[in-house]
Design a protein around this ligand. Structure first.
Ligand SMILES: *Cc1c(COP(=O)(O)O)cnc(C)c1O
Length: 426
């Protein structure tokens, strides 16, 4: 069983004789054992089993397994949000005094996490232009660099990443490439096939797809050889005193990264997804393979409509031939990119705001990538803490409107845009 469609439906929960056909919600904090010895082995990481939902829960594990299979990884964990996923993905291999290199055009929340909060923790970041030549980007690496980070398709600027270029850069500096694959989803792109080592997701977006649950996921390809770079990653290659001297990379091999993230970060920081949310996420995942192509098909038509409209100043959609990223998109995601379009209207910021207020079918919401068409002005909303210069570094033009095209009938979506532009002109 290896087609994505079948994994979406069938993977994760594998009931035994007499067990529920549908993934149950294990709404239980604890799990029972017969004697103290059995429990002690679990605490020593010597036996596998459930004991406390902060560390592991059967509902969550089934959903993590499904996402793991979709990405073609070896191990995965759910987190309470996409923010937690990116935070843990980096913190699992970085500590005070370390440094990461990150693509500059990334989600506003991640940019804040790296440049403000992690900086306060003593982890520095250098932001790079992902379109720059490799030898230019290479200058950002330092002896204490521990990871390279980027998004497959950046939110909201829709920069398509040259994943192979980034993988080569990471590996030639002895560090893993971490890719946030939220916008492309494994339906359109599986970054491990192009050399990425770790993939993260905000499952809040297309994976849930119905704007019901905030969540995240980290998937490990198992391909990065921590032992080969032992001096850089002592957390994985030297004994963990908080776990009886376990050396994660020795004990768990390809599973080491996720085991460590669970045993240390979940244990101490506790950003778990609730089993109830994991259940809802799983329902979303069962139709991911149907929804994503429809999002892309609708977005393609809307982008072509916008491009031909006299009131539209510019359109950025990687599926358009006019896009700077068209060739990269064809290479890395030939089936489609995502349902999100960035565009600017003639008439600037005021006109854009009038336009958004006139939309009827598309709602203004701080969200993206779900079944309902929605719209946002990043400079006024998600990125409002950034000044114009910082906005441009993050790849966000001050007049950029982010339109997240849903899976309604595309003619209705276009009619709504048309009437809103007309009304804003009056
Ligand atoms: C939304 C988003 C995040 C943050 O995820 P939350 O689930 O909102 O915490 C991270 N990365 C990308 C690309 C996103 O779109």
């Amino acid at each position: 069983m290896n087609h994505l469609e079948t994994i979406c439906i069938q993977s994760g929960w594998k009931p035994e004789k007499g067990e529920p056909r549908v993934l149950p919600i294990y709404q239980s904090t604890t799990f029972k054992y017969d004697n103290s010895e059995q429990m002690a082995k679990l605490f020593d990481l010597e036996a596998e089993g459930y004991f406390y939902t902060r560390l592991q829960n059967p509902t969550n594990d089934a959903v993590a397994r499904k996402i793991c299979e979709l990405e073609g990884g070896v191990a995965a964990m759910l987190t309470s949000s996409g923010q937690a996923a990116n935070f843990y993905a980096v913190l699992n291999i970085c500590t005070e005094g370390d440094h990461i290199v990150s693509s500059a055009p990334i989600y506003g929340g991640t940019s804040n996490l790296f440049t403000v909060t992690m900086k306060k923790m003593g982890i520095e970041v250098t932001l790079v232009d992902p379109d720059a030549p490799a030898d230019e980007i290479a200058k950002a690496f330092q002896p204490n660099t521990k990871a390279l980070f980027a998004e497959t398709i950046s939110n909201p600027s829709l920069v398509v990443l040259d994943i192979e270029k980034f993988a080569d850069l990471a590996h030639s500096h002895g560090v893993p490439l971490i890719i946030d694959n939220t916008f492309a989803t494994p339906i359109n792109c599986r970054p491990f096939e192009f050399g990425a080592d770790i993939v993260t997701h905000s499952t809040t977006k297309y994976m849930d797809g119905h704007a019901m649950t905030v969540g995240g996921c980290i998937v490990d390809s198992g391909n990065f050889d921590w032992m080969a770079h032992g001096d850089k990653f002592p957390g994985l290659t030297t004994p963990d005193d908080s776990y009886h001297g376990i050396v994660y990379a020795e004990r768990f091999g390809k599973m080491a990264y996720i085991q460590k993230a669970t045993a240390q970060l979940m244990r101490d920081l506790g950003s778990i997804q609730s089993p109830q949310n994991a259940f809802l996420l799983n329902v979303g995942l069962e139709t991911l393979h149907l929804r994503v192509p429809r999002h892309c098909e609708n977005a393609q038509k809307v982008a072509e409509y916008l491009e031909a409209h006299p009131q539209v100043a510019w359109v950025n959609y990687p599926g358009l031939k006019s896009s700077k990223y068209y060739d990269l998109a064809q290479k890395y995601m030939p089936r489609g990119t995502c349902g999100v379009i960035a565009f600017g209207l003639k008439g600037g910021r005021d006109f854009s705001i009038r336009f958004m207020d006139e939309l009827k079918l598309a709602c203004i919401v701080t969200h993206v990538a779900d079944a309902r068409t929605c719209v946002l002005h990043p400079a006024s909303h998600t990125h409002r803490q950034l000044n114009d210069e910082q906005l441009r570094t993050a790849g966000v033009q001050p007049d950029l409107i982010r339109l997240s095209v849903g899976i309604e009938n595309v003619e209705d979506i276009i009619a709504d845009i048309e009437q809103a532009i007309d009304a804003a002109e009056k």
